[in-house]
Design a protein around this ligand. Structure first.
Ligand SMILES: C[S@@+](CC[C@H](N)C(=O)[O-])C[C@H]1O[C@@H](n2cnc3c(N)ncnc32)[C@H](O)[C@@H]1O
Length: 256
């Protein structure tokens, strides 16, 4: 696995480069609520690999929850503490293999765009099983190898697509690891989110280089992709919203 260091550069651009509109945030909270039960409030939730806390605050609000947001990068965590502060969210240092929480603490865990950064899934599933309550859920919000057709920017950055096809896990591998670790697959939903209102706006987002795959291509490849994208954006006469497909894999902790 190629490690991406969020403390090097990404922490500076992540918040602006990965922002979601209020509608898209709601779409995701509704998708989770569809599995958790809309009436479930006052939950305790783990946001594992919370980054700058973009989902931590949404979770606290949508489920009136107490959220423990675990993040190993000191600089991402410091951004979260500064700009995603919330009275029911605590940010803690930790990793998927060493979750700083007690046994049976959480109703569910969210791993948003994190699973491909986890070097070994076995300690991760072991830790998730330990910290979740009976029947607790794990939500893996991610794109997966073999399922990347719904992401628009790959059209301009073929080398980023190749990097992601090689480094992102397949759904099957993640399911097998979780099943071996005491979970059962419950669902695989594909959520189509609006990421930007036009190609020009999407181009401005992409320019920030806030995607970890852009850390793994060369500067030249990035500049060439950006040039192709800017040309296409300049030609767009009728701005169309950019929609992308992101998967939501849902696993349930088994009792035995
Ligand atoms: C793409 S960001 C996702 C952040 C946040 N979940 C979101 O969706 O905005 C990936 C995050 O995973 C964190 N991470 C990397 N390795 C990790 C690990 N072994 N365990 C937990 N988090 C990890 C990174 O530091 C980074 O903040």
């Amino acid at each position: 696995m190629t490690r991406v260091d969020y403390d090097r550069r990404l922490y500076q651009t992540y918040r602006a480069g990965r922002s979601l509109s209020a509608d898209t945030g709601r779409l995701w909270m509704d998708a989770l609520a569809g599995h958790v039960g809309r009436s479930r409030q006052g939950l305790t939730i783990l946001d594992l690999g919370a980054g700058t806390g973009r989902f931590s605050v949404l979770l606290a609000e949508a489920f009136h929850a107490r959220v423990v947001a675990v993040e190993p990068s000191a600089k991402m965590r410091s951004d979260a503490e500064r700009s995603s502060a919330h009275p029911r969210v605590v940010y803690r240092d930790g990793t998927a293999g060493a979750i700083p929480a007690g046994d049976g603490e959480f109703d569910f865990a969210l791993l948003s765009m994190v699973i491909h950064h986890v070097p070994d899934l076995d300690p991760c599933t072991r830790e998730l099983r330990r910290v979740l309550k009976r029947d607790g859920l794990v939500f893996i919000r991610n794109t997966f190898a073999g399922r990347l057709d719904g992401i628009r920017h790959y059209e301009f950055f073929p080398s980023a697509r190749a990097v992601d096809e090689a480094r992102l896990p397949r759904v099957k591998r993640v399911c097998e690891a979780f099943e071996a670790g005491g979970f059962a697959m419950q669902a695989l939903d594909t959520i189509e989110q609006e990421i930007d209102p036009s190609l020009a706006a999407h181009c401005e987002r992409i320019e920030r280089r806030a995607l970890s795959s852009f850390e793994l291509i060369t500067d030249i490849e990035f500049e060439h992709g950006l040039r192709r994208m800017r040309i296409a954006a300049a030609r767009e006469t009728n701005p169309t919203p950019i929609r992308e497909k992101v998967d939501l894999l849902v696993l349930r902790r088994r009792d035995n």
